[in-house]
Design a protein around this ligand. Structure first.
Ligand code: 3EB
Length: 311
């Protein structure tokens, strides 16, 4: 059995068949197949709290779906993240994906994304206290249609190194103008083992802590790609992450406006993509209203491409 993300679904949910577990998400597919296979030979590891779990080799995958019908983003994030930390107590968190309904709306006093960040932060504080920043994995936080908050994680027994981007303030140190509690994630995670793997977080047009190029999709995407390249170098990949860099590469590009797809494709083709890459372009709202695009990546590397001493 394998495990896959499948976008373009009618609603967020988990779908089992005899040969696959699909994490179904309702974000529209603008380019690519919308289906990404992430793990093979997975077997169910049961449920824990609100999470469904699978094992694949020494990796543990988990999916949590929380209903947000009455705007309780903070409580829903707190509950889901408590469950994640509870079940990953003996392993390392490699990467988390957060799909947040009505991400830029204000159901209660705070914007929903900011309320989500508050609940997530509280869970980190409860479990890790002063060690929280060191425990934050790579992540993405984007909008999704419908009313299900969906959190997906992959963890495992491999050692993981969390990486920051020298061109950006760590997200967990964003000033309070972006919300009362900063987002809890690292810019990338790298598993330096036998087959090194780099997970690049959702990456946008942010320099320092500030959004740049408001209203200009091409300039935003170009800056996001500069950030992706910089964080890959910071992770120890001398050639960075661009058109000329090595590895088996999977990219996800989230666009706020479907009509930006053609313009985005030309920037991606010029700056990033090679024939062998897997890429899905999806519609998603982004956590700051002015941001139009976010890019994330997963790269499997040849050990020679990676300098373990630099990360
Ligand atoms: C940013 O750099 C853009 O809240 O988990 C990127 C990756 C973003 C993860 C999250 C948010 C998250 O702040 C937004």
């Amino acid at each position: 059995m394998h495990l896959a993300f499948r976008f373009g679904a009618s609603a967020a949910g988990l779908h089992h068949s005899t040969d696959a577990v699909d994490i179904a998400l309702p974000n529209a597919v603008l380019a690519g197949t919308g289906r990404e296979q992430w793990a093979a030979n997975v077997s169910s590891a049961g449920d824990s709290g609100s999470l469904s779990l699978w094992r694949s080799g020494n990796a543990l995958w988990g999916v949590g779906l929380g209903n947000i019908d009455d705007g309780v983003f903070e409580e829903a994030a707190l509950t889901l993240y408590r469950d994640v930390f509870h079940v990953t107590a003996d392993v390392s968190l490699y990467r988390i994906w957060n799909f947040i309904p009505r991400i830029n709306d204000t159901d209660r006093a705070l914007e929903n994304y900011r309320a989500f960040c508050r609940g997530r932060f509280q869970a980190f504080e409860e479990f890790f206290g002063g060690d929280s920043e060191r425990r934050m994995p790579a992540a993405s936080g984007v909008g999704t249609p419908g009313d299900k908050l969906c959190v997906v994680f992959v963890a495992g027994t491999d050692p993981v190194v969390h990486v920051e981007n020298p061109l950006q303030v760590p997200a967990y140190r964003y000033p309070s103008q972006y919300g009362p509690r900063a987002p809890s994630f690292a810019r990338a995670s790298i598993l330096p083992g036998q087959t090194p793997r780099l997970y690049v977080s959702g990456t946008a047009s942010i320099r320092g802590s500030e959004s740049l190029h408001e209203g200009d999709l091409c300039a935003q995407l170009a800056l996001a790609l500069d950030n992706v390249d910089a964080v890959a170098r910071a992770a120890g990949i001398a050639e960075g992450l661009n058109r000329n860099s090595p590895g088996q590469r999977l990219f996800r590009v989230y666009l706020r406006h479907p009509e930006h797809q053609l313009a985005a494709q030309s920037v991606l083709d010029e700056r990033l993509l090679r024939e062998a890459d897997v890429v899905n372009v999806l519609q998603a709202d982004i956590c700051r209203r002015e941001l139009l695009a976010e890019v994330e990546a997963s790269v499997v590397l040849d050990p020679s491409a990676f300098d373990a001493t630099s990360s």
